[in-house]
Design a protein around this ligand. Structure first.
Ligand SMILES: [Zn+2]
Length: 198
């Protein structure tokens, strides 16, 4: 049994730590999924994975300790499920990095805006839906950007990492040690990285 799950349960672990996300790589180093620390520790304990990045210190129990994983790699190959992106509010906000596409404000309080309004037959597609703050959405109202004299920061498009493991933007921001294990199309999202989009 892993020490943190021992029968005595003497160690009261911080729930934040055991529930923290861990990047799981396939045997060939391809990002596979994200699990929690508690799951990763079990995989490490049973020899099903190896630790690649710690970054969080150690879990201590009486007389022993175990490293807190941040990135692990499976020692065997498993078939990778294909992730497909559906056009949802969450996915649009992720694609636009929680940034209003008109004024550039980064906030969690965002709405979806149809660039060409629905009443003007604007389609509900990746190319016509963007994140917009409440202020900009109200200002633009039912008009096109040209009519409202508002300019888009970027041309909306399907996510560049379509088909790759979806990793929420806020998780990427908090785990810089994941960067070198991610494909370029995901690394571009890391703040401060050489791939950060302008
Ligand atoms: Zn705005």
């Amino acid at each position: 049994m892993p020490i943190w799950a021992s029968a005595s349960q003497e160690v009261k672990l911080n729930a934040t730590i055991v529930n923290a996300p861990v990047l799981v790589l396939n045997q060939n180093y391809e990002p596979l999924n994200i699990c929690r620390v508690r799951r990763a520790v079990v995989l490490l304990y049973w020899g099903k994975a190896e630790l690649l990045e710690n970054g969080r210190g150690k879990l201590c129990s009486t007389g022993s300790s175990v490293e807190i994983p941040s990135v692990i790699r499976l020692v065997y190959m498993i078939r990778r499920p294909r992730h497909t992106r559906r056009l949802t509010k969450f996915e649009i906000l992720e694609r636009d990095r929680y940034t209003c596409q008109y004024c550039g404000k980064q906030t969690a309080q965002l709405t979806l805006d149809h660039v060409i309004p629905r009443q003007h037959s604007g389609p509900h597609t990746w190319e016509n839906v963007v994140a917009a703050c409440l202020g900009c959405n109200c200002k633009k109202a039912g008009r096109t950007p040209a009519e409202a004299k508002m300019k888009l920061l970027t041309r909306p498009a399907p996510p560049r990492d379509n088909g790759a493991l979806p990793i929420p933007y806020h998780v990427l921001r908090q785990h810089r040690e994941w960067q070198k294990y991610l494909p370029e199309k995901l690394r571009y999202m890391m703040p401060g990285s050489e791939f950060t989009a302008s």
